[in-house]
Design a protein around this ligand. Structure first.
Ligand code: UD1
Length: 335
């Protein structure tokens, strides 16, 4: 493939993109955004947590597994770029079952990088995490903040970033490593209907409680050094994340250069603020009780996303609490 004319003209041509993990919560939003921008998308997913209903008729689908090298290599052929989102992501579980995270997240990455090298694929957009930073030494967290993950999941994400950096040096594979803060919300146009199964994150747990699928929300600690005592996080709308992936793809292709950036709204919201907003928007009582602190939870985490803004021209549009909760409620109410 030659992208040189487009580079000279300053825009990116339509690309064939393999979205690994494209049937998942974030992957489906990214696939939709790529399709909306005119790219040709093939979703590659083992459907272990991804859902068939998250597949779009205008994207191709391969039911495959990153741990099956031949299958992965076959799927990569004919593509210009990969968006790589297939990973286990429950921080708590990763501390109990590190083997599962090593196998899928680390071995899967080695397979992907070797397969990409074998067929000469040059661009990877990777979903990394704020979990690479660990306990914050200062706030807001920028990309220069030391990376000392507190859980095994965060460790796998950091190791993957290091693999990417070596394959950039040795194989010329350019990558974007996107360190998400707290992904939340649903497609603002309501096109994604697959709900995450057994979620552990705050917003979907609140939504399941609002729907009566759960009895109550356990608030993990109200004795933190924050204004209302509950933890503060930086919630970023999944449609804003999706937009950043497409901009990052343009960036690595047009500049032939890798980058690592935070993706956050740069706003902090406490658990109680999220809960109260959800009660107001859903009109549901959403029972809650104060539970003990969850091990490894820092009191406050907020992002500095200045680098993504300046390098990618990215700006969150939907990451206010109202929109995060309204779009989530729309998705849950439909079910
Ligand atoms: C989440 C992810 C982590 C990811 C990180 C990126 C999980 C479990 N955690 O972290 O993998 O790398 O975003 O920044 O997937 N809370 C409750 N009750 C609940 C659930 C959550 O009070 O039932 C609180 C938590 O204590 C926390 C906040 O809500 O303060 C957000 O929690 P969660 O959605 O799990 O996200 P993080 O732990 O911040």
């Amino acid at each position: 493939m030659s992208l040189d004319y487009d580079r000279i003209l300053g825009y990116t041509q339509v690309m064939n993109v393999l979205v690994v993990g494209g049937a998942g919560y974030i992957g489906s939003h990214v696939s939709r955004e790529l399709l909306d921008r005119g790219h040709k998308v093939t979703v590659f997913d083992n459907l272990s947590t991804g859902l068939r209903e998250n597949l779009f008729p205008d994207a191709a689908f391969i039911h495959g597994d990153i741990l099956r090298y031949e299958q992965l290599t076959g799927a990569l052929r004919g593509n210009d770029a990969v968006v790589y989102l297939a990973a286990f992501k429950a921080a708590g579980e990763s501390m109990e079952k590190p083997e599962k995270y090593s196998q899928n997240n680390i071995t899967g990455t080695v397979n992907l990088l070797n397969a990409a090298s074998e067929i000469g694929l040059k661009y990877i957009i990777f979903s990394s995490s704020a979990a690479v930073y660990g306990e914050p030494a200062y706030l807001p967290i920028d990309e220069k903040h030391p990376a000392n993950p507190e859980n095994y999941y965060g460790f796998t994400k950091l190791e993957i970033e290091r693999f990417l950096s070596w394959y950039d040096r040795l194989k010329g594979i350019r990558y974007a490593s996107l360190r998400y803060f707290n992904a939340a919300g649903y497609d603002v146009k309501g096109r994604i209907t697959g709900l995450e199964q057994n979620p552990a994150n705050l917003l979907p747990v609140i939504m399941e409680t609002a729907c009566g699928m759960r009895k109550e929300l356990a608030i993990f600690g109200n004795d933190y050094e924050t204004p209302d005592g509950t933890c503060i996080r930086d919630y970023i709308h999944v449609s804003d994340l999706a937009a950043a992936h497409v901009l990052a793809l343009d960036y690595v292709v047009n500049n032939n250069k890798s980058l690592t950036v935070n993706l956050g709204s740069e706003t902090g919201s406490s658990v109680l603020e999220v809960l109260e907003t959800a009660r107001r928007i859903t009109g549901q009582p959403i029972p809650s009780r104060i539970a003990g602190r969850r091990p490894g939870d820092p009191g406050k985490l907020t992002a500095s996303a200045g680098l993504a803004r300046s390098l990618l021209g990215w700006k969150p549009e939907y990451s206010d609490l109202e929109t995060l909760i309204k779009t989530s409620w729309e998705a849950y109410r439909k079910q």
